[in-house]
Design a protein around this ligand. Structure first.
Ligand SMILES: [Zn+2]
Length: 430
């Protein structure tokens, strides 16, 4: 009986792919919904309560002069289209097969998983901030939420193109700095914590800040927990407390793994080193996120985990000179690196070589890859002029080769006009 079912599934999958190629979308949708199990294998047990109802006003104004929108003059010449990188057998993106979230078939071939799309969002203002949206099969994950309260609107407008049920199964807040948590808070009742139902929130075990935005974050976190969101710190998750499992399957063949680093437990004056670190794995493809972790945290991460080589690494701390150190790079040897920043912005450092992405960061990544992508370009920080570099960066895979599609262009960093004017590619670079 099982063999018959498997054969039938193979036939339907082949039919799905054929129809996908021939563009029979309506029939495909019906077929996919018939094929996709109604209940997922992932027990995120999200809240079933409605959207945001917090009435607490956000008294602090964090500013947030948005330049609004992402004009497209920056970042060098446009190559358009998608870029396929890495080896493997499944380079082309197939938009509608293998919907995830279902019970895992133990006989599923190793190289075939639910589709994984990792979006690095451009947040449409001059301020550097992090936000990564991940769609793994039917599971929606958000890591950080930008630097300004109004980033929430930019994020939700983008995410709602892909997340249509108003529910984020997992949200990860890496650390307590404004440029990672402001959008969770949002303006009035428009924060990410207000407008989505959040299944599980994973955040930082420690923090040393006393900012208004963090106080607001704590308040809204309490609100969503009261409404049913499950909340764990990365340390609780990693220690598998309360029946948790450190590595969980979030879609067919895709796992989410919370990694350990010592500043989950030790105190430091460097807030960035409190960052939650997480890796997603899809067969032999690994995708690493370290928040703003800096040198000491990275060394602990390397010592505490048996890290593999990774296909994708979100540049630590926006391409800062204090992150992406050799101890980490030599182990993970990334193939694609995505940087969430406004290139050349003097927001955090006026020294030209130390503006994000820094020359030191480039020097340490270059021996492993030149496939570096950057969301935005600062034309004039004080003048509020910010444009797209690559724009929104989307890295996709079904377990084999990765594709990179960017909203502005797919030009790798070293080929951009900004790079040629402001950075050098080291002689030991690839
Ligand atoms: Zn940051």
């Amino acid at each position: 009986m099982k063999k018959f079912l498997k054969k039938a599934l193979c036939f339907l999958t082949a039919l799905t792919m054929t129809l996908s190629l021939s563009g029979c979308d309506a029939f495909l949708d019906a077929l996919n919904s018939a094929l996709t199990p109604s209940s997922g294998s992932v027990s995120w047990e999200g809240s079933t309560s409605g959207g945001g109802s917090s009435e607490l006003p956000d008294s602090s104004s964090t500013g947030g002069a948005s330049t609004g929108g992402n004009s497209s003059t920056g970042g060098g010449s446009s190559t358009g289209g998608s870029t396929s990188t890495g080896g493997g057998s499944m380079g082309s993106s197939n938009s509608s097969s293998s919907g995830g979230g279902g019970t895992v078939d133990p006989e599923l071939p190793d190289d075939k998983t639910a589709k994984l799309d990792i979006h690095f969002l451009e947040l449409g203002n001059k301020y550097t901030g992090d936000c990564t949206y991940i769609k793994a099969g039917d599971t929606d994950i958000l890591i950080d939420a930008g630097s300004r309260k109004d980033s929430a609107t930019t994020i939700s407008n983008y995410v709602n193109q892909y997340c249509t049920d108003g529910k984020l199964e997992y949200v990860i807040a890496t650390h307590a700095h404004q440029d990672h948590i402001a959008g969770f808070v949002g303006d009035n009742n428009q924060g990410i914590f207000d407008v989505y139902r959040i299944g599980t929130l994973i955040d930082f075990p420690r923090e040393g800040v006393s900012t208004q935005i963090y106080n607001n974050y704590e308040t809204k976190r309490s609100n969503i927990i009261a409404k049913g969101t499950k909340h764990y710190t990365a340390l609780e998750w990693w220690k598998e407390e309360q029946g948790l499992t450190r590595s969980i399957e979030i879609a067919d063949g895709i796992t989410m793994n919370v990694l350990y680093q010592k500043y989950y437990e030790e105190s430091t004056s460097n807030e960035n080193d409190y960052s939650v670190c997480v890796m997603f794995s899809q067969g032999d493809n690994h995708y690493l996120f370290t928040g703003d972790l800096e040198k000491s945290g990275e060394e602990s991460l390397v010592q505490s985990n048996k890290l593999p080589k990774v296909k994708l690494y979100k540049a630590g701390h926006h391409g800062s000179k204090t992150s992406s150190n050799t101890a980490l790079m030599s182990v993970i040897q990334p193939e694609i690196v995505c940087v969430c920043c406004c290139a050349g912005s003097s927001e955090f450092n006026a020294q030209p070589l130390n503006t994000f992405p820094t020359q030191d960061f480039i020097n340490r990544v270059a021996p492993y890859t030149d496939k570096i992508y950057v969301t935005s370009l600062s034309v004039n920080y004080s003048g509020n002029q910010t444009v797209s570099m690559n724009g929104n960066i989307v890295v996709s895979s079904m377990g084999g080769a990765l594709t990179v599609n960017c909203s502005n262009n797919n030009t790798i960093l070293k080929e951009t006009a900004w790079f040629k004017a402001n950075r050098t590619w080291p002689s030991n670079g690839v």
